[in-house]
Design a protein around this ligand. Sequence first.
Ligand code: BEZ
Ligand code: FE
Length: 300
Amino acid sequence: MQNLDEFTVTDETLRQMAGTANPRLKQIGEAAVKHMHAFAREVNLTPEEWLLGIQFLTEVGQKCSPLRQEFILLSDVLGLSAVVNALHDKKARELGSQSSLLGPFYREGVAVMPMGSQIVEQPTAEEIVVWGKVTDNDGAALANALIQIWQTSERGLYDLQERNGESMDMRGNFLTGQDGAYHFRSVRPLGYSIPMDGPVGEMVMMQHRHGMRPSHIHCLIGAEGYRELVTALYFGDDPNIDSDTVFGVSRSLVVEAREDPASPVPGLRSVHYDFRLAKAAAGDSGRVGADPTKMMKAAE
Ligand code: BEZ
Ligand code: FE
């Protein structure tokens, strides 16, 4: 007969789970149980607090929709996504450009645009150019690399927020030329608040955090045989550059828009960034997160 206490219940749980066939799933499940039990013991969790936690996670789930992924947001504000990204970068066989958060606003199915296109339908702020090369780790040009770009408008909103996803805007996909070069026009995106009208926002406010992300442009870059790179370029003069609510900024990803005679459109201020892709191991992907629309479909 079982006679379990707050310590031995951990061993018994692990014993019952021991038949998990997939070794990686077994490892993750066992570690999750050990850490959850240790956490409850450490804080001496009460039944009321346990229930509050369950209610919070229930609300997080209920807030998810085809246009909103509240669980990714929770992972982001708790720093978990940043930890996963950093671990992912360390696992690479060679160093590429650093990763950053995919965030909840990535969308698939954006059309490939001619090189140099303006990705904002109706720009109402100063136009800028973003340009550079995609190379391998030795600096050799990667032709035909797919660069997917998405960002907020000069008002700090994604198309999914301004027009409920009815049209694609502030997004563009580009294929690099033979020399690995790319360039596109945009406007400088405004830094913005993460979505605060849900349980995660409520938690962030209770923690007296500002909830802001510094101005950035998201980039997802893929080329055959290379690790897919999920990253973002951050404008260094944003007031929140040192206090990103979701911990996505790395020094190597900080840029400025400046006058540069070498830019392909010299009349406009430009951001110059060369992306380096690391060689892929089998089955490797740089992606952390996914298109929320696709995720909800998969869950149905
Ligand atoms: C974003 O950069 O799009 C983002 C990332 C995490 C939370 C909210 C937004
Ligand atoms: Fe973003």
